[in-house]
Design a protein. Structure first.
Length: 435
């Protein structure tokens, strides 16, 4: 094993041996290389005459570039857009995103968390998380309705074992009892379990209520207190899009940080949906845990391992994308714009709820609970979901996503509010056609 990796492992083990135990075999081997990167950094500081270390081309003291490229970048210097970004991410953006977590998550008050490591979107964050923390055969607990890419990343690529529980009770809330039963069952025979919680949830658009969130946190804390290492992963891709009063308004990550030495909280989030910049592919990976000592050193070691994984995967994320988001978040219009877009999506969600109250739909489907995010789902009563999806596409030019035999996902995020009643009427027409 590389000596740098050994040093990082020792720092983590000294600070919290349970965190070291949770690392995957790859995670224990990971480190951030010093070699060329360190020498280039030293040269950047001290090579005042000539610097022949940088792996980019320069011309007349500036970054070499096409004018045809620069013409498309308005207001951002080539040094902040066309050069390589650090594998960790731009320091100013990492610090700003870190600080906003405390504003958005009051339960974090008094806790210390890592600086986020920048990833190429949240999908990449999940993949990096899997490299650092998931071994073949590890169990990952997920609900029965889940984003399909979890299977590709965690089961297909990492050979982890996905164990599921029904997400909803018959009455329509989060199925706390089924969640607890699955978590405790898996914890009985394992030293480590991984629990992935996605709120707002894709595909259903559901977020746990404040009471349900507190119960989830207490269950995971209890399992950790019982002697099982718990890695709790919050996929917060749609964070902030909470539309009802009783809905939990902060990340489950914040409710788990600092609770127990055997409980590691991981937050995966990003500007992708929060800041409406899907194509910039900008995500973040943040850690929160309780240390015996040297919290700063442990977080630094975890950040270096995670950034080393990024370095060995895609090298670094887009400098231009990071600079755009950083500039936007510093803009005086930022909070106003964010509130405006939130209200648009909230109004669409509320319109869907109003439309679905119409009794003409009651024999065709039941709507799953939804209170947040981009999506909602219906459970069809009499027709096959994929058959209906294709029929709606071919006859009516309407696109939806089928999930399993009976579920359809509707992305109201991309519908104008006036189109919502027509959409559900067309779905009903399609069901009647097939019936």
């Amino acid at each position: 094993m590389n000596k740098i990796a050994e040093q990082l492992n020792q720092t983590i083990e000294d600070g919290n041996p349970y965190i070291w135990q949770m690392l995957s075999d790859v995670g224990r081997k990971l480190f951030f290389p010093r070699g060329i990167l360190r020498q280039s950094a030293e040269a950047k500081q001290k090579a005042y005459k000539l610097n022949a270390t940088i792996g980019i081309a320069r011309e007349e003291g500036e970054i070499m570039r096409f004018q045809s490229v620069e013409a498309s970048i308005d207001g951002i210097l080539p040094e902040e857009s066309l050069s390589y970004a650090p594998s960790f991410g731009i320091p100013a953006l990492r610090k700003l995103w870190h600080d906003t977590q405390f504003e958005k998550n009051p339960s974090l008050s008094g806790n210390k968390i890592s600086l986020p490591v920048v990833t190429c979107g949240i999908t990449h964050a999940i993949s990096i998380f899997a490299d650092v923390w998931v071994n073949p055969g590890d169990v990952i607990i997920l609900p029965d309705m889940m984003w399909g890419n979890y299977n590709m990343i965690l089961n297909i690529r990492k050979d982890a074992e996905i164990k599921q529980y029904p997400i909803f009770t018959e009455q329509g809330g989060f199925n706390i009892s089924a969640f607890e039963e699955r978590v405790r069952k898996e914890a009985q025979n394992r030293d480590k379990i991984i629990v992935l919680l996605n709120f707002p949830h894709n595909p259903t658009g559901y977020t746990a209520t404040k009471e349900e969130g507190a119960q989830i946190a207490e269950i995971l804390l209890s399992v950790a207190e019982g002697g099982t290492n718990v890695v709790a992963v919050a996929d917060d891709a749609y964070f902030g899009l909470f539309y009802e009063e009783e809905t939990l308004k902060e990340s489950i990550f914040a409710m788990l940080c600092g609770r127990h030495e055997r409980l590691l909280a991981v937050k995966l989030d990003g500007a992708t949906k929060e800041n409406y910049v899907w194509g910039l592919r900008l995500g973040f990976l943040t850690y929160g845990c309780k240390m015996q000592n040297n919290a700063a050193g442990v977080y630094d070691a975890l950040e270096k391992k995670t950034a080393g994984c990024v370095r060995g995967n895609i090298s670094n994320n887009s400098h231009l994308g990071q600079s755009i988001v950083l500039k936007s978040m510093r803009d005086k219009r930022y909070q106003t714009e964010k509130k405006e877009k939130f209200e648009i999506l909230k109004n669409r969600a509320n319109r869907v709820k109003e439309v679905l109250k119409d009794t003409k739909y009651k024999d065709a489907w039941d709507a799953y609970p939804f209170n947040s995010g981009y999506f909602m789902c219906v459970r069809l009563k009499n027709v096959d979901a994929e058959t209906l999806r294709v029929h709606l596409l071919d006859k009516y030019g309407v696109g939806l996503i089928s999930l399993g035999e009976r579920n359809l996902r509707v992305a109201f995020s991309c519908l104008e509010i006036g189109d919502i009643p027509e959409l559900f009427d067309i779905i009903l027409n399609g069901i009647n056609d097939l019936s």
